[in-house]
Design a protein around this ligand. Structure first.
Ligand code: HEM
Length: 255
């Protein structure tokens, strides 16, 4: 009962202001930071395809711990995907608290945002809209990675991107995730004053610049990487889905 009263009145049983909203906000930031770091690492992992099929294959096998288990164990990837999925769901649930809960509330916020022409408020609008889109489409990707970890690799991934038309989902997901991630880090730094220093106004400008650089870098890397998978998929469009074999890739590609 105490929790109900606290949630509705914003006061804890001692009559002090409830700390719960701040705690939930901290958890939102913490899970967001973990996901943002994961997404940067993920982009570097996926983009190893730019160094050749063998490079991506080697990294894939490394995630399957092939240096411990001979040939690698794809289930290890499933376990990792499971952990990321839990963090993703927790982050989404904490973020939903910020969504406008009715059409009326949405219109009110949109009009406020237009009226104020305040860039940080517009960024907030982008955050919840991109978050909502990701709740639908990121789960598709996570489900595939969870259930088919053995189908990750230069050829299997390219097959999924081209023959199974995942390029479209990845394009939308890429835009949402890279912008949502960099805006999220910027907003968190502003909200909690991580780098405020002596001149918070100057810091804001620097952070905004850093946010833009992050977005442009990861978006460009993401697009180039996606095209690399599309190119491999198109070159092999008539091939049945086939596992990459480091020993005969050259013959396969020449076919
Ligand atoms: C541990 C979990 C994850 C694993 C193992 C994973 C693995 C992969 C792999 C192997 C690809 C290459 C394409 C393919 O094989 O289909 C890929 C692409 C992609 N993933 Fe993930 N992913 C994970 C989580 C996520 C999450 C949480 C997001 C976003 C919310 C995400 C967004 C993307 C995007 C946007 C691409 C396309 C990248 C590009 O080529 O531009 N992934 N992922």
């Amino acid at each position: 009962m105490n929790e109900v009263i606290e949630a509705y009145t914003g006061q804890n049983p001692d009559g002090n202001k409830s700390r719960m909203p701040a705690k939930l906000d901290k958890a939102l930031t913490a899970s967001g930071v973990v996901l943002a770091i994961f997404m940067m690492a993920h982009m570097f992992f996926v983009s190893t395809i730019l160094f050749g099929e063998n490079a991506m294959y080697t990294i894939t096998k490394m995630f399957e711990l092939d240096f411990i288990f001979d040939g690698g164990l794809p289930i290890i990837v499933s376990i990792f995907v499971g952990i990321i999925t839990v963090i993703f769901v927790v982050h989404a649930l904490l973020g939903i608290r910020k969504f406008p809960t009715s059409y009326k509330a949405y219109i009110k916020i949109r009009e406020h945002s237009k009226m104020m022409k305040h860039s940080d408020t517009s960024l907030w609008m982008f955050q919840w809209i991109s978050g909502l889109i990701m709740m639908f489409i990121a789960t598709i990707h996570l489900y595939i990675m969870f259930t088919q970890p053995e189908n990750i690799g230069p050829y299997s991934s390219a097959y999924r991107v081209v023959n199974q038309n995942m390029w479209l989902l990845y394009m939308v997901l890429l835009i949402c995730v890279e912008l949502h991630g960099s805006i999220g880090l910027y907003r968190a730094a502003m909200k909690w004053g991580w780098f405020d220093g002596k001149n918070p106004k100057e810091t804001r400008k620097t952070m905004m610049k850093a946010k833009k650089i992050l977005s442009i870098f990861f978006l460009t890397l993401g697009v180039v990487t996606l095209f690399a998978y599309i190119k491999i998929g198109m070159d092999r469009i008539d091939h049945a889905p086939m596992k990459y074999n480091p020993n005969d890739s050259i013959q396969l590609m020449k076919k």
